[in-house]
Design a protein around this ligand. Structure first.
Ligand code: OAD
Length: 232
């Protein structure tokens, strides 16, 4: 089986009703990114940040995977698939993808404020625990923090993701503006011989001279077209 790596971003979940970040009316228009997605913002106003992620978490209960997520999961019938996602939602998993690497963390998990990446303190929340409060503590006694990689923080999963991209026969980029590093640099690790596809309704600068098969569609229609193309 060929190795196929998907790199997904917020556009992957847009048709499920989750806002993207940088499109007009996106999340960063509604909430200042420096307040809710940086360690400095969290230090200044932890309550606001905790509330912001409580809302995101509760939204998960109201949305469903779209045809795009389901199509990506179905690729496992034909390929050895690794999904590398910048998304913190769990829609790839709920659609049936079995190997998902979350570069920017996971909404359903919480961790220690002192040691965010210490696995001893990372915990999956049950839906009835989705509302975290100021004063709820992690195993090391620090405030329970959303397990999210904020701007300015290290991206521990990037090395794992690079290893998979290096082995890719096919790389499929879906619904990301490729503005945020190191995720945006992943395609440079794809072997010269790998085929690269990019699914996005808007033009995206991939910062490469390499040939890319562009599929100028939303995630659902785009993944459908991709699956047709990969049959030939
Ligand atoms: P962006 O909001 O920057 O980009 C979303 C992309 O999705 C754009 O290229 C849109 O054209 C595209 N798009 C919109 N609707 C779509 C649809 N229906 N189908 C497919 N694509 C669609 O989001 P990301 O690139 O994911 O980080 O942003 C990367 C990171 O920046 C996020 O993980 C987040 C953010 O700040 C953190 O929170 C740390």
């Amino acid at each position: 089986m060929k190795n196929l790596v998907v790199l997904s971003g917020a556009g992957m979940s847009a048709e499920s009703g989750i806002s993207t970040f940088r499109d007009a009316g996106g999340l960063w228009d509604q909430y200042p990114v420096e307040q809710v997605a940086t360690p400095e913002g969290y230090a200044r106003n932890p309550e606001l940040v905790i509330r912001f992620y409580n809302e995101r978490r509760k939204q998960l209960l109201t949305v469903e995977p779209n045809e795009g997520h389901l199509g990506v999961a179905a690729l496992e019938e034909e390929f050895n698939v690794t999904v590398v996602t910048q998304n913190v939602d769990n829609l790839h998993e709920r659609a049936g993808s079995t190997h998902v690497i979350h570069l920017h963390g996971e909404l359903t998990k919480v961790c220690s404020s002192l040691n965010p990446n210490n696995p001893n303190y990372i915990r999956e929340l049950k839906p009835e625990e989705y509302e975290v409060h100021l004063g709820d503590l992690a195993g090391d006694g620090s405030q329970l923090r959303p397990f999210i990689v904020w701007f300015g923080e290290a991206v521990p999963q990037i090395e794992v993701a690079i290893d998979y991209v290096k082995q890719a026969d096919i790389l499929v980029i879906i619904g990301t503006s490729l503005n945020v590093y190191p995720a945006a640099g992943l395609l440079h690790y794809a072997p010269r011989t790998a085929d690269i596809y990019l699914i996005d309704p808007a033009p995206v600068d991939a910062h490469t001279q390499r040939p890319i098969h562009l599929i100028r569609k939303g995630a659902s229609a785009g993944v459908k077209e991709l699956r047709e193309l990969l049959k030939h």
